[in-house]
Design a protein around this ligand. Structure first.
Ligand SMILES: Cc1ncc(COP(=O)(O)O)c(C=O)c1O
Length: 356
């Protein structure tokens, strides 16, 4: 039986993506070849890459606005250092907002390249909120933030107006909600939540911000090199890109980001309402900053843990334990998780209340 998969990533993808991916492994486009054995330079795969790049711009409403789309390897973690390599001037500085483990990982890498100003941090409160009211130095080469904090369950509901390039790690909420994506100059995301399987990293970059650092950048780490080679500077992660294309097609057919946003809001509303109503549970993140993707919550009395764990497992739920730095539970509700799975969890929470 298919599980209700709350994994934080890699995570659930649409069932049709699993089915079409499986078919393409056996026989891709009736070619007599598996997607796993074709050249990335073959006509069929070049078409996949072109469609995937175009679909990203279409879904983000960025067509004709000077952006390039890349599918790279290395995960979002490699972008932590590619961003400063490509954007921080020699003797320049960058500004970062510290909202969690991943944001602080990005900060650590930036420090290798130059002055890294942390404009605000919610670390003292174990990252349970998004800092507000900070000042971003206008002479920084860029400002970096993390739109959704996967581990702590917080999400930026608005983004600062800046007159310097705005860079955002959207690994765990890209394609989940309507934003004015043209406000961002560089967006990156590991594929393995809302876009596809692990192994590909999406980078969407406004061309005009590149080439200004005065640094010598190794080819593999140079966005411009990847742009010039249409994201085929080296062998790209062929299969993850194909599965990502299938997921993007699924999203487009559903009605795009506006349609999935409504579904994501309904799912979040269902679960947060239960967390706030049920006297056995409490939310981990400050209410106004709660994430619609990763819902972190705790039992008020840990004595009920064993019983609750047995109940949700028996209901076919998987991947619910929280990250060790928060404890409790984390329900990751990415685009492909159906609202029916959320109802199953809510039912278990109510059943626990009735039993106690
Ligand atoms: C917000 C965020 N940034 C970065 C990462 C690291 O991504 P990767 O494992 O692709 O390097 C993660 C992983 O979960 C994440 O959630």
């Amino acid at each position: 039986m298919k599980k209700h998969n709350y994994s934080a990533g890699p995570c659930i993808l649409p069932q049709e993506v699993f089915e079409k991916s499986a078919q393409a492994i056996l026989d891709f486009n009736n070619s007599g070849l598996s997607i796993l054995e074709i050249s990335h330079r073959s006509k069929d795969f070049v078409a996949v890459m072109e469609e995937a790049r175009a679909l990203v711009l279409e879904l983000l409403n960025l067509e004709g606005k000077g952006y390039e789309v890349l599918f790279l390897g290395g995960g979002a973690s490699l972008e932590f250092l590619m961003v400063p390599f490509n954007l921080m001037k020699v003797d320049g500085k960058a500004a970062y907002l510290d909202t969690g483990t991943w944001a602080s990982g990005a900060i650590k890498e930036a420090k290798h390249f130059g002055e890294t100003v942390v404009v605000a941090s919610s670390k003292p409160e174990n990252y349970n909120h998004i800092p507000k009211g900070f000042t971003i130095p206008s002479d920084a080469d860029y400002f970096h933030c993390t739109s959704n904090n996967t581990i702590f369950g917080t999400q930026m509901k608005s983004f600062p107006e800046v007159n310097i390039p705005l860079v955002c790690d959207m690994s765990s909420d890209i394609f989940s909600r309507v934003l004015d994506f043209s406000k961002f100059d560089l967006i990156y995301a590991g594929a393995q939540k809302n876009m596809g399987p692990a192994g590909a990293t999406l980078v969407v970059v406004k061309k005009e911000i590149l080439g200004k650092t005065g640094r010598t950048i190794p080819n593999m780490l140079d966005y411009q090199q990847h742009i010039d080679k249409e994201s085929m500077y080296n062998t790209p992660p062929v299969f993850p890109i194909y599965a990502s294309l299938l997921t993007l097609q699924w999203l487009k057919n559903l009605g795009g980001i506006a349609a999935i946003e409504k579904i994501n809001e309904a799912k979040a509303n269902l679960l947060y309402t239960e967390i706030d109503r049920n006297p056995l549970f409490k939310g981990a993140a400050v209410k106004e900053d709660r994430s619609n993707m990763n819902v972190t919550f705790l039992l008020n009395d840990e004595a009920h843990q064993e019983k609750f764990d047995a109940m949700w497992k028996a209901a076919g739920i998987s991947g619910l334990p929280g990250h060790r730095s928060v404890g409790g539970y984390r329900a990751s509700m990415y685009n492909a998780l159906p609202i029916e799975s959320v109802q199953v969890l809510v039912d278990v929470m109510q059943e626990l209340e009735n039993k106690i």
